[in-house]
Write a protein that binds this ligand. Sequence first.
Ligand SMILES: Nc1ncnc2c1ncn2[C@@H]1O[C@H](COP(=O)(O)OP(=O)(O)O)[C@@H](O)[C@H]1O
Ligand SMILES: [Mg+2]
Length: 403
Amino acid sequence: MRTIAVINQKGGCGKTTITLNLASCLAQSGKKTLLVDMDPQSHCAVGLAVPEDQIEQSIYDVLIGDSRGEPLRISEILWQISENFELAPSSIDLAAFEQQMSGIAGRENCLRRVLDTAANDYDYCVVDCPPSVGLLTFNALRAASDVIVPVETGYFSLHGLSKQLDTLSILCKQCSQQINVMVLASMYDIRTKMAREILAELKKHFGDRMFQTVINFNTKLKEAASLGQPISEYDPSSKGHKDFLSLADELIASDTTTQRSRMVNELHRKIEQISASADVMLAESKIEKVETPQVSAAMSANVLDAKIADFYGVRQMEQAVMFVSCYPRAGKVCIAGDWNNWQPEETSLQAIQDSGKWYTTVKLQPGKYRYRYVVDGQWMQDPYNDSTEMNPYGEYNSVLEVK
Ligand SMILES: Nc1ncnc2c1ncn2[C@@H]1O[C@H](COP(=O)(O)OP(=O)(O)O)[C@@H](O)[C@H]1O
Ligand SMILES: [Mg+2]
């Protein structure tokens, strides 16, 4: 499934219009498409004639259920819009999501986890985002393989755009999954000189980071939304419909390229895993020689600390980096970090028999990496690594420099 988040912190730049008409045109082209509304204003339901007062459960319930360990399947909240096209509606509760999730580890990955469960059921998922860069948008970004940034070709459109793209690029780096960010010119009125100039400027700046397709200003799009219909139903012969079909075609055409780069990534990861397991064999022979510190009454706290510091933490070895930590009561210890897209399942530690010690080795290229331990689902910083950095949630990531 390819997940496309439509993001711009400005309201009224065409996000919802793009999300729902793109989703409908992808479905019309035979692609199984899921639209997820992450904006508490629920405009997607309005634009698709889903009666708001009949929505009993929304994407909010699925996201909160996931974080509370009372999972609600996304399939239980879906509304069928047309053949191949389903909507996961939002609700006003979503406005409280950020506050409710405050301090909860992994809260930025809720949507990603939920969409993973539906990945085999759809070809595309298009996510409409609220006009702000908060936890809801960050969830969309963490789940996304592609981001569309709609830019209205009007007077104020360029204002703050580069700052916004900078923010987006910082967020993408934090995600460290490959996200393909593309700018889409929207509400283009070719008759005005200013729109033509702005479009030329956008093309000059963004080049191949821009869709060839331009979404023209077309009152039929406004009328369609006010009647709760996608443009494909309201007026298939309109310019608006042609634009969205062309956008869907452009995306579908880039599928193979995206798939290829995904396959290359996958292959890369497999190779890394194989070479890392060779290192584990090497490392194991060294680990055997490491004594478990004995806690004795005679040992002062300082000496104990020093011993622990000596044996635990993160160390660069010849071929890989070794992580050693102590969680005597844990059932499962993993690490989420830059190198595994913050997916803890990818890097799990092995318990060293009855010692409370856990270890793993990871092959990493030189560079700076951030990571957190995930101990029985709880995210935490490495207690044996003093090098830390605050993350956007006010928590600390542990930091590692590989030379
Ligand atoms: N290409 C377009 N042509 C004409 N009207 C448009 C177009 N795109 C959006 N609109 C209208 O502009 C308003 C804001 O668009 P919307 O998609 O709701 O923006 P956002 O989701 O970014 O707030 C809506 O009334 C919508 O119908
Ligand atoms: Mg909107």
